[in-house]
Design a protein around this ligand. Structure first.
Ligand SMILES: Cc1cc2nc3c(=O)[nH]c(=O)nc-3n(C[C@H](O)[C@H](O)[C@H](O)COP(=O)(O)O)c2cc1C
Length: 180
């Protein structure tokens, strides 16, 4: 599947088939995530891979998004901002942590899509609860909970992405009023 196909097929899903994601694919997803650009070449994020049913069930509760434990795999991305703080001022450090994680997550979601896998990026979560649950050290911040799996077609999905009218948001040569 080419990149554009992976992009257009990606959609947020919450219901998954009871079908394992192979270790090879999991490794490929993570490998793709860490190939995204990073501010200052600093890769301050790490991943926790969860496949245990009991742990997934607990994660589902603290993610504030019910039922994601149907995913065979949940990836948690965590960030150690102190690595960024060592190089950038406070404002840039905070921004770059968010941006680095976002790019890594998008790579991961698109790679998942290329394998026919569905996913969701869940950022609304109970920070302290999930850290406690997964024994994540204090200095880390959880940036996302990402359930991944083969899509249950009659299950819950999001929009699949809005159909954007490009003529409303693209300006040629200078800002113009074609958006009104
Ligand atoms: C930064 C960010 C945070 C998100 N947080 C959540 C979340 O907490 N819970 C959730 O169900 N979906 C979350 N999403 C997924 C969006 O709701 C979803 O991408 C959007 O509705 C568009 O649907 P699509 O991904 O199918 O195009 C998040 C997406 C982004 C980019």
């Amino acid at each position: 599947m080419d990149v554009y196909d992976a992009i257009t097929k990606r959609k947020t899903v919450y219901s998954f088939l009871d079908k394992e994601v192979s270790e090879d694919i999991i490794l490929k997803l993570i490998d793709s995530a860490v190939r995204s650009p990073t501010a200052g070449g600093i890769r301050e994020y790490e991943f926790i891979i969860v496949t245990n049913a009991d742990v997934k069930s607990e994660i589902s509760k603290v993610s504030l998004t019910p039922h994601i434990d149907s995913a065979p795999l949940i990836v948690i991305i965590i960030c150690d901002k102190s690595k960024m703080d060592a190089v950038f001022d406070e404002e840039d450090s905070e921004t770059f942590c968010v941006e680095n994680a976002a790019l890594a997550i998008e790579n991961l979601l698109l790679m998942a899509s290329s394998y026919g896998l569905g996913s969701a990026w869940i950022a609304t979560l109970q920070q302290e609860e999930i850290k406690k649950l997964l024994a994540i050290p204090e200095k880390y911040k959880v940036r996302g909970i990402i359930p991944i799996g083969y899509i249950k077609e009659d299950g819950e999905v999001k929009t699949g992405g809005p159909k954007v009218d490009l003529s409303r948001i693209v300006h040629i040569e200078k800002f113009n009023s074609n958006a009104d």
